[in-house]
Design a protein around this ligand. Structure first.
Ligand code: EPZ
Length: 430
């Protein structure tokens, strides 16, 4: 299995282009099958999760034309199979967006029930509550969710919890229901807004995305569009934190600074300097970092997808910090790996108490999930000596050319697959 090998200690300096938002793209790919006309989607990140979603769309009969690694044309007119196979849900939970899309368009859909994952049980009860509220019969048998409706009727839906997935899935179905739907306590993430904007460019009538009340007037048909995905706020935040951890100076380009406000605020709190431009943010970390307190919250709060990266910089900041994970129940698994690099972190329920140390020491660690994997790479970049990160396929699910972008900023990092390559790298950097 591929690994990253890293010789830490270099401050990362330079500019890095940020790609399209994975979590917007996964849902927008699903909306593309809701019309029988051809939809062109640009600025797709070329990452494993996106490729699995495109396979799932082909698996139900959608026509997928990969124009280039960041552009795809999708035509949903030939869809013949309304059952999304378990193999796709097993690979990416977000293939459940096809349930909302197919139900909205065909009033019928079947998708395997997603299991738990590395960061928590992740139920989808709110998604199903929304579909039922719109008039669908939803049954679960043999691990398969079957949803069908004579007609879908707009209604008022209150989400007991703020849920990105439920907000997006229900919004897609309601876009083609009869009448008006209101979603209260909706998620406000930028990718929710991006999906609503894409649907509206296809002829939907969605207002209020980005606030906690989304109002939808259903339409009978949707039409073609050519849509450009927003930049990935988590990829941007990950590189911004890499600047902080390595005392570097990084400018992330092709970003929307407003989407990064919570991330930027925390970097200022720990002592970094920030410069905001129209579509770029520069992070300079010349001084020692110091402690702070963080709680992960739905947008515009501090994103849970930046929580592991936050731990990595706080563990080498002066003083004692705390991180409270309020979204997922099991998102501190990486702490054991980080402790092997010298971190001093104690996890009590959903709070991590972090006592800053001088410096990490390189070690062999394993990525437990996508964002924690990226965080361990950042720790390796800041560490003294050599770090090897195993299970990097997790990281490649959501970061395009991660090691190449880091190397372009001055990191000594390579992707290796054999002991021989590890020895070669070790000799080269020693
Ligand atoms: C999306 O997951 C993202 N994934 C996650 O990013 C992200 O961490 C999460 O939103 C929060 O921002 C994609 O967009 C593909 P939720 P999602 O529904 O939609 C509970 C990454 O690293 N809940 O907002 O599954 C749930 O258990 C990934 O890119 C229910 O109880 O998250 C959680 O505690 C990791 N019932 C909370 O709500 C439901 O029906 C928020 O989950 C749905 C969710």
């Amino acid at each position: 299995m591929d690994q990253y090998i890293i010789k830490g200690g270099n401050p990362l300096v330079g500019e890095v282009e940020i790609g399209g938002a994975k979590n917007a793209a996964l849902a927008i790919l699903a909306t593309a099958i809701m019309t029988d006309e051809t939809v062109t989607i640009e600025n797709l990140p070329d990452v494993r999760d996106i490729n699995v979603m495109l396979d799932a769309i082909e698996g139900i009969g959608g026509v997928v034309d990969r124009v280039d690694s960041h552009t795809v044309k999708i035509n949903g007119s030939m869809i013949s199979n309304l059952t999304v196979a378990y193999e796709y849900i097993k690979k990416i939970r977000a293939s459940y967006y096809l349930l909302g899309a197919l139900l909205g368009k065909y009033k019928k859909a079947e998708v395997a029930l997603p299991g738990g994952c590395d960061i928590g049980s992740r139920p989808i009860d709110l998604h199903l509550k929304g579909f039922r509220a719109l008039g669908a019969n939803v049954d679960i048998h043999h691990g398969l969710i079957s949803a069908s409706a004579e007609t879908l009727k707009g209604t008022h839906i209150y989400l007991d919890k703020v849920s990105v997935g439920a907000t997006i899935n229900i919004m897609m179905t309601a876009a083609m229901a009869e009448g008006k739907t209101t979603i209260e306590n909706a998620a406000k993430e930028p990718h929710v807004v991006d999906v609503a904007n894409c649907l509206n460019s296809m002829g939907a009538n969605i207002r209020g995305a980005g606030t906690d009340v989304i109002r939808i007037s259903g339409v009978e048909k949707l039409h073609k569009t050519d849509y450009f995905i927003i930049p990935d706020q988590i990829e941007a935040g990950t590189f911004m934190f890499a600047a902080a951890a390595t005392r570097g100076d990084i400018t992330v380009k092709n970003v929307i600074p407003k989407h990064l406000e919570a991330t930027t605020a925390k970097l200022l709190e720990v002592g970094c300097e920030i410069e905001e431009l129209d579509d770029a943010v520069r992070v300079v970390a010349s001084k020692p970092l110091h402690h702070t307190q963080v709680t992960t919250l739905p947008y515009p709060g501090f994103p849970t997808d930046m929580q592991p990266q936050m731990s990595v910089i706080l563990a080498i900041s002066e003083g004692t910090s705390t991180i409270t994970e309020s979204i997922f129940e099991n998102r501190f698994k990486y702490v054991d790996e980080l402790s092997r690099m010298g971190a001093n972190i104690k996890v009590e329920s959903n709070i991590a108490i972090i006592t800053g140390i001088e410096k990490y020491t390189g070690a062999r660690v394993s990525a437990p999930d996508l964002r924690a994997g990226a965080a361990l790479v950042i720790a390796g970049l800041a560490a003294e000596g050599i770090t090897i990160v195993d299970d990097i396929y997790y990281i490649e699910r959501g970061y395009e050319n991660f090691h190449l972008k880091l190397a372009s900023l001055g990191a000594q990092i390579e992707k290796v697959a054999t002991e021989k390559e590890i020895q070669k790298f070790t000799l080269k950097v020693s």
